[in-house]
Ligand binder design. Structure first.
Ligand code: HEM
Length: 449
């Protein structure tokens, strides 16, 4: 997943053209822009301090959107000027119409079709393991952390369909595989670099970051993958190791696991949605068809709409954007100069009444079924899977995974939030909209067999 921070960082550090010494209220390296609204910064640092003080970047920008409207700008030391434009026309401009002015790196892999082929069998197989785990919790009446369970589910499904290996996350629930632990550690470390302009300096002196670059850790991470073999005994080559492992897992595991968590949270807090889901599931599934096949999945329209509605209010990739390489003008007439980063905040867009109408903040899956576009919403208004030529390659696979598991779980179990938890859950600062705390859930049988 390419975010613009890294590019902006390099661009601005290297580009002395913009390194104007007189920057009264913006970060060094950023062009002065009196034509844009936004919070006043301080010399050299720009808005870095207020950004650090906020809970998350998503919330910082959402607060600014509430104050300044859909288009505003701020500057941050190390990132230069960030122009936020939560406007579907800007999204189309960036990701499609003026795609060449906002380039994105090479496609790192093309796996979607392979995944769809056998993916459904793997999803069904792993869903059964999840159901067995839930049965144990339902039998003893002990709450389970659904967030953790969904991470294990998507990780194992991924290991299975992509590498042909079993990471054992579901079968050894008390012990997260070493590979997964190292992957998470490295992923978190990388995100912190986006936020810390002096990371090269601070990493030298911090114990945590020392571990990040510790050769033994990296070696262990790689060793585990190097040792993994597919069913024919074939090992990964170096390029596969780098591209497939990190990018694929980053793109596919967290996104789907988090979608499941936010979706289950939304269902647990909206009784009428749960009722409609059950009605659909009980009408379609039967003794003859206890598990949906690939073709049956399109019948689950309300369930699919519930997945989309979850992504609208809880976009798993909540902020996106691109660095501009050629001066141009946005459709709303805002000029953008090479080196500036144009972003859109999907969390704000999903809650925007101008885009979704008066009930924008309400969780209402029917809005998709009742709209003209149906289950093919306009990508620029709803860029949760990105849009244009670089749309998410895993959209269809993620939909299969989420809808299948949700249908099978909801048919068998009733889920209730354990009281005393924050609702809605808080999220952390990460590339993805990660829940900060466990999602503790009481699970019970709908009808004991
Ligand atoms: C609900 C689940 C998912 C969501 C919300 C999601 C969202 C996204 C987004 C927003 C991007 C664009 C990122 C960027 O360029 O900044 C993306 C790209 C991508 N996603 Fe997904 N994704 C999901 C699941 C998956 C799955 C399961 C896979 C793999 C099977 C996958 C594979 C990819 C790939 C390969 C790309 C890069 C496409 C390219 O650059 O051409 N995604 N996804």
């Amino acid at each position: 997943m390419t975010l613009c921070y890294l590019h902006t960082h390099e661009k601005y550090v290297n580009d002395q053209n913009y390194a104007n010494k007189k920057h009264p209220d913006c970060a060094i390296g950023a062009r002065q822009r009196k034509d844009l609204v936004g919070p006043k910064g301080i010399p050299l640092l720009g808005n870095l301090i207020s950004l650090i003080k906020r809970k998350t970047v998503v919330q910082y920008e959402h607060e600014l959107a509430n104050k300044y409207g859909s288009n505003f700008s701020f500057t941050v030391l190390g990132q230069g000027r960030l122009i936020v434009s939560n406007d579907p026309r800007t999204v189309e401009h960036l990701l499609k119409t003026n795609f060449d002015d906002y380039p994105k790196g090479e496609i790192f892999y093309e796996i979607a079709n392979d995944l769809l082929g056998d993916g459904i069998f793997s999803v069904n197989g792993k869903s059964k393991v999840v159901i067995n785990i839930l049965k144990k919790y339902a039998d003893i009446g002990k709450p389970i952390n659904l967030k953790d369970l969904f991470y294990r589910f998507t990780m194992d499904t991924f290991g299975d369909i992509s590498f042909g290996v079993d990471f054992g996350c579901l079968t050894n629930p008390d012990e997260m595989s070493q590979f997964v632990t190292y992957f998470d550690f490295t992923q978190n470390g990388i995100f912190e670099r986006f936020e810390e302009p002096f990371w090269k300096f601070t990493e030298k002196y911090s114990e945590k970051e020392r571990q990040m670059i510790d050769r033994e850790s990296v070696k262990s991470l790689l060793t585990l993958l190097i040792e993994a073999v597919d069913e024919n005994g074939k090992k990964f080559n170096d390029k596969e190791l780098r591209d497939v492992a990190l990018n694929l897992i980053l793109a596919g595991r967290d996104t789907t696991a988090l979608s499941l968590s936010w979706m289950m949270y939304s269902i647990m807090t909206n009784q009428s949605v749960e009722d409609s889901l059950l009605q659909e599931i009980n009408t379609i599934l039967s003794v003859e068809m206890p598990i949906p096949s690939y073709d049956d999945l399109k019948l689950f329209q309300y369930t699919t709409a519930t997945f989309y509605e979850t992504l609208r209010l809880y976009p798993i990739v909540p902020i996106n954007g691109r660095v501009c390489v050629k001066d141009n003008v946005l459709p709303n007439n805002i000029p953008v100069f090479a080196g500036e980063c144009v972003k859109f905040n999907l969390y704000s867009m999903g809650r925007d009444e101008k885009i979704w109408g008066d009930d924008a903040k309400k969780f209402n899956p029917k809005r998709f079924l009742e709209s003209e576009d149906g289950l093919r919403p306009n990508q620029f208004k709803f860029p949760v899977f990105h849009a244009g030529p670089r749309t998410c390659l895993g959209q269809q696979f993620a939909t299969i995974e989420v809808v299948t598991l949700a249908v099978l779980l909801l048919k068998e179990f009733k889920f209730e939030l354990v009281p005393g938890q924050k609702s809605p859950p808080e999220f952390t600062d990460a590339l993805t909209l990660s829940m900060k705390d466990p999602l503790m859930t009481k699970v019970s049988y709908r009808a004991k067999n």
